[in-house]
Ligand binder design. Structure first.
Ligand code: 13P
Length: 256
């Protein structure tokens, strides 16, 4: 089945409010509206940049989706420093990354946390971009397929098929993130296919076939076309290269 390609730029902890406006404007200037027929384009700025970035795209009438990079599962209350689903919704987010490896390794996020966040997002009408991926040690000991399968199963525990269909999974091998060491198309395809197989085990083949699985990890304008040509890679979650408008735009073009 034809899955619409999704290209998402994860800005991570980059771009001040002012810088974010400039980057969003540069992306907007290079954006062609008819692209949205074949590709969903999404940017994931830091929380406080969400509103100004939204304003830039809205003013230019660009259909660029807005995603947060994290969320807390409670709707409101005494959770100092956290941001809730209703807050993201009101600012115009339709998406949110959950379980990024940087959150898992640097901030102690567990599979259970990822599951709670995904459920809260889905309940609020937002689509989670669920990140999974193995470390170099797990890759080297050969257990990476089982490892990623377990991450997917944990993230989707208790989520029904209709909600799963609205969700996206991003395979981001930790050894490829920010290292310049991209997974080969074959390596990425192998795991993305295994992810789809896992989803098929949970929701049936038809649902799994409709769901998007992205690759992330040193994706850039030079390697995007080959990665995106793989059967089970439906888009990219791009870090470093999404911070340069020209590179990000070129990756979108490679996806057309
Ligand atoms: P890089 O593209 O910088 O390797 O980052 C990938 C990533 O972590 C996207 O979420």
């Amino acid at each position: 089945m034809a899955r619409k390609t999704l290209i998402a730029g994860n800005w991570k902890m980059n771009e001040t409010y002012g810088e974010a406006v400039v980057l969003a404007q540069e992306i907007s200037n290079g954006f062609y509206d008819d692209w949205v027929e074949t590709v969903d384009v999404v940017v994931c700025p830091p929380y406080i940049d969400l509103k100004p970035v939204k304003t830039v795209f809205e003013f230019d009438k660009r259909k660029v989706g807005l995603s947060a990079q994290n969320v807390y599962w409670e709707a409101s209350g005494a959770f100092t420093g956290e941001i809730s689903v209703p807050m993201l919704k009101e600012v115009g987010c339709a998406w949110c990354i959950v379980g990024h490896s940087e959150r898992r390794t640097l901030f102690g996020e567990t599979n259970e946390d990822v599951n709670k966040k995904a459920k809260a997002l889905l309940a609020g009408g937002l689509a989670p971009i669920v990140c999974v991926g193995e470390s170099l040690a797990v890759r080297d000991d050969g257990t990476y397929l089982a490892y990623v399968k377990a991450q997917v199963e944990a993230a989707f525990a208790g989520i029904d098929e209709a909600d799963a269909r609205r969700s996206v999974v991003a395979y981001e091998p930790i050894w490829a993130i920010g290292t310049g060491r991209t997974a080969t198309p074959e390596q990425a395809q192998e795991v993305c296919a295994a992810i789809r197989e896992t989803l098929a085990g949970l929701y049936g083949a038809e649902a799994a076939d409709a769901m998007r699985v992205l690759y992330g990890g040193s994706m850039n304008e030079g390697n995007a076309a080959l990665l995106l040509a793989e059967a089970d890679i439906d888009g990219g979650l791009i870090g470093g290269a999404s911070l340069k408008a020209a590179s990000f735009i070129q990756i979108v073009k490679e996806a057309l």
